[in-house]
Every structure is written in C-alpha cells, then in structure tokens.
Ligand binder design. Structure first.
Ligand code: GLC
Length: 431
C-alpha cells in the first residue's frame, strides 16, 4: 500500500468518503454566463450591482439540495462562502455586500450548513482570497478593473493590508460561527513566475499574509483539512487538480499526497444557462471511479440557479450517479488504488478496499465473455457482479492456451450482455 505524506488536518474520514459536492452560488447566477463574468467582461461595480439588487432565490430549499447530494452518495460538501466577485452568502458583520442585503433578505449559508449536516454530510467552506469588490483590494493584472485608465491612481488610495484584515476577519467569522468545519478551501494565488511572465502583477502569500492566515485556521479548527492555494510550500493537506483527470496518484517531492479532483458538470462553476458541454452520467461515474483508482477524491460541482434550485440537468445527473452508487458504493467508500501486483486489464479500473481485502474491477467497455486478469491466478477466493451479487465463474486457463504462458492469468466468465448498470463492477474477494 502506498504511504501518503502525513497531513496536519484530519484526512482519515476524507480518504474513506471519497465523494463530495461543490457548490458555486452567488449573484453571478443571474447573468448565468460564468462566475468570472465581472472579470471577463470588465463590468464596473455600478453595473454589476444590478445582480445584487435582483438576487431573490425564492425557491431556495437547502433541504432539497442536501437530499440530492446525499442521494447521489456524496458525503461532504464545499460551498463558496464568497467568490471572486466579493459577494458573501452569510450575514458577515464586516460587509454590507451579502445575501441579507439583497431582496431575498436572508443569510443563505447557515440554513445550508444545517441542512447538509442534518443528512450526515461534512461541511467545507470555499473562500475566495480574491475580491473584485473590496475597495482596498489592490488592482492587479487579473482584476476586473485591470484595464481601467486610472488604475495607478486608484491604487494609490488602496491599502492591501486593510483588505487582508477584512479577509482574515471573515475567515475568523466562518470558523467560529458555524460549528465544526471540516474543510477550508481557499482560492487562489497567482504570483508572477512559473508560467506567468515576470512582469505580471499578481498576488501570492505576502498579499494574503498566508502564514498568519494558516496559523489562525489551524488554531481555530485544528482538525480542518486545508487545500493548497495559499501559495505556501508547506502547511496544506491536499492537492486540488481542477478540470482534468490526473494520470496517476499525485505526488509532491516523490511522495503520494492526499488529493481531490474538482470537476464541473459543464464548463463553468457558476450556473451557466447556455453551456452545452454537459457530461453524461456514464462519463461522470467513470470519472469518480478513475479518481478513486488513483487514490483521490472527487468534488463534483453544481451551480444553482438564481431562483435557488439545482437545474434539471444537474438533478438528472445527480440522480443517475445515485442510482449507480446505490449498488456500487462499496467499490468507492473505503477504497483506494490497488496494490502494485494487480494491474487493471484493458478498459478497466481497479479499486481496492484494504480492510476487507476486496478488489473491484470496473469495466468501462464490456468485453465478449472473457475478462483476463494477468497475475491474479491463485489470489482470488470468490468473484461476483456487484449490482446483483451473482457469481462470476473463474478459470485459470490451461498452460496450452496461446498466450497464457507465465502470465498467471485468472479468467472471468462474463455474461454476454452487459449488466444494465452504468459501469458494471466485479467484486473479487482476495484469499
Ligand atoms: C478556479 C476559478 C473558479 C473556481 C475554482 C474551483 O480557480 O477561479 O472560478 O471557483 O477554480 O476550483
């Protein structure tokens, strides 16, 4: 078994639970064309304000959200308490730019936390380091006002340290007023260097006072799992690849680390009405399996609408995943990458439950009658399809079978027709 780099936060539940819901919700749900809209279209504050003045999610029912997540088999959730546009979901004492001051008139975060907790899901807070609304946040090359003709003059009046006090103060609110928080998800740092030019005016650890922020987070919630976007070489617990599937278990300095892929249903994180690139249930289930087969977690994102609902496209996908999870979650929870001696056959992914000593073969493309597992001969006591617990017969091909020499192959005898499930799984009980 791979030994992961130790974490300061408590990741023991996290690497068992494997599957969470990301929620990107804010006033950008109204323009409904990406959560970066203010930055992309360089919308001035006074124009963007129209969304603040019209935010009224009258159909918002956090119990329905939490139920949809629980039914999909998700075990935790991470919500944008504030995104880059600076709008806050909770009743922060440090700003007026918050849900209670919109036509909706109420804190939307607290009832969400309560609803998810009531269904046994753990709570994670995403919080944007970036803030394109705060008057002291120094305008940089990523800012919605980056091309403002008076940028330099405006910046003379801005004092980043005042913004930092605000940032730290809000994080303190979040970590002291909502009970136990399991994950803190900061987003993000973008200093010059790396793949950005040296002349790039970005922000990093000094602009957030990351060391100090880290210290406060650890003091307030010692068990919390912290992501890796504070621009600090140490102190984080998990890596967060986004919008791509890593090819193998993520490593830092050669050592495997706790990691979580975050993925969207379509392209954007916030609600996007016109996006057509929605992934299928098949694809999403395969992504979850693929992630766990490499020792990672999947955080799958929903962007609720301005009325306060998960739209039909999101709900149908969550339901499809839930249908699969109902019979196959055993190959996800408590599972991780298979030991090295077991190699996945073509078109398959393996996961492994080390406590139960069971291997799970996920078959992405259903073969005709036989699945050959090289190196498995003599190691498996019993095999069954996971969806209906029907026996899968095993044979060790005689030595004369062409190609079988020295491969220690175990052959599974499969029904000709693929079981009627999104991704069929064969459960192997190891000796
Ligand atoms: C990015 C984007 C963002 C999203 C996040 C999720 O860094 O800035 O909009 O919230 O990724 O990982």
């Amino acid at each position: 078994m791979l030994q992961t780099r130790p974490t300061q936060g408590d990741t023991s539940w996290f690497v068992r639970d494997r599957f969470g819901l990301f929620i990107h919700w804010g006033i950008y749900a109204l323009p409904a064309r990406h959560e970066w809209i203010k930055q992309r279209e360089q919308i001035p504050d006074e124009v963007y304000d129209v969304y603040f003045r019209h935010f009224d999610p009258d159909l918002y029912d956090p119990n329905a959200w939490a139920q949809a997540a629980a039914d999909a088999g998700m075990k935790y959730f991470v919500v944008t308490t504030k995104h880059h546009d600076g709008f806050c979901l909770w009743d922060s004492a440090l700003t007026d730019y918050k849900a209670p001051n919109t036509p909706y008139g109420k804190d939307v975060l607290r009832p969400m936390v309560d609803a998810f907790r009531a269904r046994g899901l753990r709570v994670g807070f995403y919080h944007s380091l970036i803030d394109w609304h705060h008057p002291e946040f120094v305008i940089d090359d990523l800012h919605s006002m980056r091309n403002h003709p008076d940028r330099a003059k405006l910046n003379e009046k801005r004092d980043q340290s005042k913004y930092v006090a605000y940032l730290h103060g809000q994080v303190r609110e979040l970590l002291t007023q909502f009970g136990q928080i399991d994950i803190m998800w900061f987003d993000f740092s973008y200093p010059a260097g790396g793949n950005r030019p040296e002349t790039w005016v970005g922000k990093g650890r000094d602009d957030w006072q990351s060391e100090k922020l880290l210290k406060m987070v650890r003091e307030l919630q010692p068990h919390i799992i912290l992501n890796d976007r504070l621009d600090l070489p140490e102190g984080w617990d998990m890596k967060t690849p986004e919008q791509y599937q890593p090819r193998e278990w993520l490593r830092v300095e050669g050592q495997p680390v706790v990691w979580e892929a975050c993925q969207t249903f379509s392209g954007s994180w916030g609600y996007h009405r016109d996006e057509a690139s929605w992934k299928s249930v098949d694809q999403l289930v395969q992504m979850l399996v693929d992630t766990v087969s490499k020792g990672g977690n999947l955080l799958l994102n929903v962007g609720p609408t301005g009325r306060g609902e998960f739209d039909e496209r999101a709900l149908s996908r969550l339901a499809g995943i839930g249908e699969w999870m109902k019979r196959h979650s055993r190959s996800i929870y408590g599972c991780t990458q298979a030991p090295d001696e077991f190699k996945a056959p073509q078109d398959c992914r393996l996961t492994y439950n080390p406590e139960k000593k069971r291997l799970y073969v996920h078959v992405f493309a259903w073969p005709f009658k036989h699945l050959h597992l090289d190196g498995f001969a003599g190691k498996v006591e019993y095999a069954q399809l996971l969806n209906d617990a029907s026996e899968v017969k095993m044979t060790v091909p005689p030595h004369q079978t062409p190609g079988a020499e020295g491969r220690n192959t175990l052959t599974l005898e499969l029904p000709v027709q693929k079981p009627n499930v999104t991704v069929p799984v064969i459960e192997l009980f190891l000796k």
